[in-house]
Design a protein around this ligand. Structure first.
Ligand code: FAD
Length: 304
């Protein structure tokens, strides 16, 4: 049953008509628990509140289904607007983005041009930019582009997914780039040809890459709500004398808030990933796919 629901939400998230409908009717169906509103103002307001509770932020202007050059440039302009709003408001936030929303599926050149514009503005404002990792089809090209950009910019990082078989090799290749990595388990539906089908293997690989990256001395963002992974990281840094400024925990807005608060109290750096914008539907479906129990929360909201 759970597998069925997961597959259904993953497919819905990719459905263009459903995305259009969701855009038209606004933030409903309980999505507001996971998405910080439609506008840059609401995203900045949420960031301020999170900063006040001791957390730092990464803002993600949601933009999925970009098919034209014009849409890619609009999405780029929104990222730049977000960077300017972060700088003007003084909130402690960096930026996360998806390269498909900057035209990756249209042409690599267009996407690189847009990335350079964003990274340039971010560098001028001392803001770090993280490239989210998307599905397997985009993995190689995302890593290739990251490596090219990393030679020009210090303020760029990327994400590595523990569920892929190729991940350990990718980590070895990234070693020479001193990459600032966000490590995640992986959120997309991938085939068993490229990814571990069993959760226990994903978890094992996740621990392995956390250890690899931290012991290599590189900055590591452990992005997980899994207490076992968090305990593992705490133990690892303690036993190896790794200082608190070489890593951070990251969690999604609206998820495991008590755990986030506990980590802040214990003195760890906690960054909350805050998505916002009118293109919220695909993001919301991925969160439901991760945890079908969230559906009850959504249904309760509908009933209100
Ligand atoms: P799981 O084993 O899935 O979950 C552990 C526990 O966490 C669950 O038992 C539950 O208590 C809680 N939990 C997990 N998910 C939810 C949820 N949706 N709602 C409520 N509780 C939940 N994936 C990518 O593929 N690319 C990315 O760029 C990317 N960026 C991310 C950035 C951040 C900051 C985070 C936190 C995750 C990101 N992910 C990304 C998603 C990630 O790959 C996982 O799909 C997601 O984090 C769930 O895995 P988990 O590590 O939390 O552990």
């Amino acid at each position: 049953m759970e597998v069925l629901m997961r597959t259904m939400f993953q497919s819905l998230g990719k459905n263009h008509s459903m995305n259009k409908l969701a855009k038209k009717y606004g933030l409903r169906m309980g999505a507001a628990r996971f998405v910080a509103g439609d506008s840059t103002e609401s995203a900045i307001q949420t960031s301020k509140e999170l900063n006040n509770s001791g957390k730092v932020v990464t803002l993600d202007h949601l933009g999925e289904f970009v098919f034209t050059e014009e849409e890619a440039r609009l999405s780029t302009a929104m990222c730049i607007q977000t960077l300017e709003a972060i700088a003007e408001s003084g909130v402690q936030s960096n930026l996360s983005l998806k390269m498909t929303s900057l035209g990756l599926d249209i042409s690599k050149e267009l996407c690189m041009e847009n990335m350079r514009r964003i990274l340039h503005t971010a560098r001028m404002n001392n803001i770090f930019v993280r490239i989210d990792m998307e599905d397997y089809l985009h993995c190689q090209i995302s890593l290739d582009m990251y490596k090219e950009l990393r030679k020009e910019f210090d303020n760029v990082g990327i994400v590595i997914q523990a569920y892929l078989y190729r991940t350990e090799q990718d980590m070895n290749d990234l070693h020479q780039y001193q990459a600032n990595l966000r490590l995640v388990k992986g959120a997309y539906k991938e085939s068993p040809e490229v990814s571990f089908p069993e959760k226990k293997d994903v978890d094992e690989n996740y621990k392995k890459i956390i250890k690899m990256h931290l012991l290599n001395g590189h900055y590591t963002a452990v992005a997980s709500h899994d207490e076992e992974m968090i305990q593992y990281t705490k133990r690892l840094v303690r036993e190896n004398g790794i200082s608190n400024d070489q890593f951070e925990f990251q969690m999604l807005y609206g998820i495991c808030v008590e755990l986030q608060d506990r980590l802040v109290k214990e003195g760890y750096k906690v960054r909350v990933y805050v998505p916002y914008g009118i293109d919220w539907f695909g993001y919301f479906m991925r969160r439901l796919a991760e945890r079908p129990a969230n559906v009850w929360f959504v249904l309760k909201n509908f009933a209100k």
